[in-house]
Design a protein around this ligand. Structure first.
Ligand code: IPM
Ligand code: MN
Length: 353
């Protein structure tokens, strides 16, 4: 029997639609090969819709999205919209309102891909960041007092609930066990300064560890961890961290694995519909030029296929991605691939068959 998956697609802004089209092309190749049927429904959310109709993310759309098997997002961010509006009201709102409390961001250097790290290769860069995705400073707590006066006060609060921290840390332990590689879980925090929030994370790590004696735990302050990601990335297996630190360290992760052209992630809550996205932005200056690298979007689609349980198909997608990275692409930056956006999508889809 053919398995059917309903996928909501949000191409979004800038180069989002272009990279999404290539990922969909690859998913269609997978579909033919394996008899899995992906049914796509597109949602035209993003900067253009906002500028035209003032619509950001209607409540009914959120409800509808909850009914899909997965959500695939291109990019959100428009040069004519003030920074923060689309990001907060679309991307972050999706993460928050669907309670997608994990942002899973693998950092893997594939063979043939150049890293800026001297003397490091694929055997050194292979870890996963488990970023908390529903709390922290991203919860938006705070306010101004005496705004626009010399006595102005701006407060930005970090929300860390016991439940939120615990479910994130437990997910990271489970993931580390299932991944079955170095079996080391590193907590990235800042216990020497954030004496409340990092203290909670540290205590919860110790407590949950009792359930996972097969996993080694490790702790690093975020500043030191940034340094170690560059100096000795080979020490990492799974890193767990709060929303803001996770945002920052995964940009370092992205560049050491070859850049924004390759970095992908998943917004996950095991109980509800997950959302997958390339982690680079909408890259407006490349819009419509057939120059942007679709590999991050194809990688996000690969994570999605793996996540919904089509392991064999996901395996072949990964093989195809690795083949094209190793044998075909000259580089991963926009305009420097030796191929256009469509051609890169074709190369991956053709390998799949
Ligand atoms: C990311 C992005 C977002 C974030 C922005 C666009 C709000 O940087 O997905 O990493 O900060 O989470
Ligand atoms: Mn980011």
């Amino acid at each position: 029997m053919t398995k059917k998956y309903d996928i909501a697609v949000i191409p979004g802004d800038g180069t989002g639609p272009e990279v999404v089209a290539e990922a969909v092309k690859v998913l269609e190749a997978v579909s033919k090969k394996y008899g899995v049927d992906f049914k796509f429904k597109e949602y035209g959310l993003g900067g253009d819709l906002y500028l035209k109709e003032g619509t950001l993310l209607p409540d009914e759309v959120i409800e509808e999205l909850k009914g899909f098997d997965a959500i695939f997002l291109g990019a959100i961010g428009h040069p004519d919209v003030k920074p923060g509006i689309l990001e907060r009201e679309i991307l972050l709102r999706l993460r928050f309102e669907m309670d997608l409390y994990i942002n899973l961001r693998p950092v893997v250097l594939h063979p043939g891909v150049e890293t800026p790290l001297k003397d490091k290769g694929p055997e050194d860069i292979d870890f996963v960041v488990v970023r908390e995705n529903s709390e922290g400073v991203y919860a938006g707590g705070g306010g101004f007092l005496k705004k626009n006066t010399p006595d102005e006060v701006a407060i930005q609060e970090s929300v860390n609930t016991r439940k939120g921290v615990e479910r994130c840390i437990r997910y990271a332990f489970e993931y580390c066990r299932e991944r079955n590689k170095k079996k080391v879980l590193t907590l990235c925090a800042k216990t020497n300064v954030l004496i409340y929030e990092s203290d909670l994370w540290y205590r919860v790590l110790q407590e949950v560890h009792e359930e996972y004696p097969d996993i080694h735990i490790n702790y690093q302050h975020v500043d030191a961890l940034c340094m170690w990601m560059i100096k000795n990335p080979e020490q990492f297996d799974v890193i767990v961290t709060n929303n803001m630190f996770g945002d920052i360290i995964t940009d370092i992760g992205a560049i050491i694995q070859g850049g924004m052209g390759i970095a992908a992630g998943g917004n996950i809550n095991p109980e509800v519909t997950a959302m997958f996205e390339p982690i680079g932005g909408s890259a407006p200056k490349y819009t419509g030029r057939n120059q942007i690298n679709p590999m991050a979007a194809i990688g996000a689609a690969q994570m999605m296929v793996d996540y919904i349980g089509e392991k064999e198909a996901a395996g072949l997608m990964l093989e195809a991605i690795k083949k094209v990275l190793k044998e075909d692409l000259k580089g991963l930056e926009a305009g420097k691939m030796g191929y256009g956006t469509h051609e890169v999508g074709n190369l991956v889809a053709d390998y799949i068959g």
